[in-house]
Design a protein around this ligand. Sequence first.
Ligand code: SF4
Ligand code: SF4
Length: 249
Amino acid sequence: MLNVLKNRFEQGCKTSRYPRAKVELPARYRGRPVLDPDAPDELVERCVEACPQAALNGSDRSLDLGLCTSCGTCERLSKGKFISFTRNFELATAERKHLVTDGSLPDLAAHSKQHFKKLFGRSLQLRQVSAAGCNACEADLNVLATPFFDLARFGINFVASPRHADGLVVTGPISRNMKAALLSTYEAMPAPKVVIAVGNCAISGGVFRDSPEIADGLESLLPVDLFIPGCPSHPMTNLHALLSYFKRA
Ligand code: SF4
Ligand code: SF4
């Protein structure tokens, strides 16, 4: 017992001070993109053709965060002269269309539905459904329960039963086999309820889009309130989104 206490004392508190203190992500992290509107046409065209996700639009020079896997091909090809990625992890939006961006995104807290902040600002219980995800998005949600992130200190928890949940968190491209289970989970939740799409598979089908085996994005099945992009979405992106959208300032 004494050793346990000594250990605790020596290690100190491991929980992040976010959002009161900034969190710096590693240099290799690719967060919010910056697109140069004046990049040469030929360079833009090369990036558009090389993008494996068809996430780039050359005519309006935008990038769809709901499709982009952050593979970095466009940044490498353009040597940062058309696209470069910053370490800004604040990527979530309240509307799907806002994920198509030139690098700027609306302030999520300002776009939050105010009655959600009132209802769920102090306590938010979430039920997670992995609808055929690869387990990376799921792992990056799981990690929010670890001491560093300690999601529960904000009154946000994952619960086992949809009957106890205020919100449905969906990951994965929603395969045909998971569709009925997902819809039943939504139906089992008491109103008012929120729906959160985490990861590009849930938002757009991601790397599986156009497959006849999956749904055409969560929005084609349920009313989505919050879109958290990424492949997978970074735990800090998830945390920032949940706090900005649901917590009172
Ligand atoms: S980083 Fe995103 S936009 Fe760029 S090539 Fe990869 S998938 Fe396409
Ligand atoms: S968005 Fe990417 S990481 Fe998340 S479930 Fe789909 S393939 Fe996996």
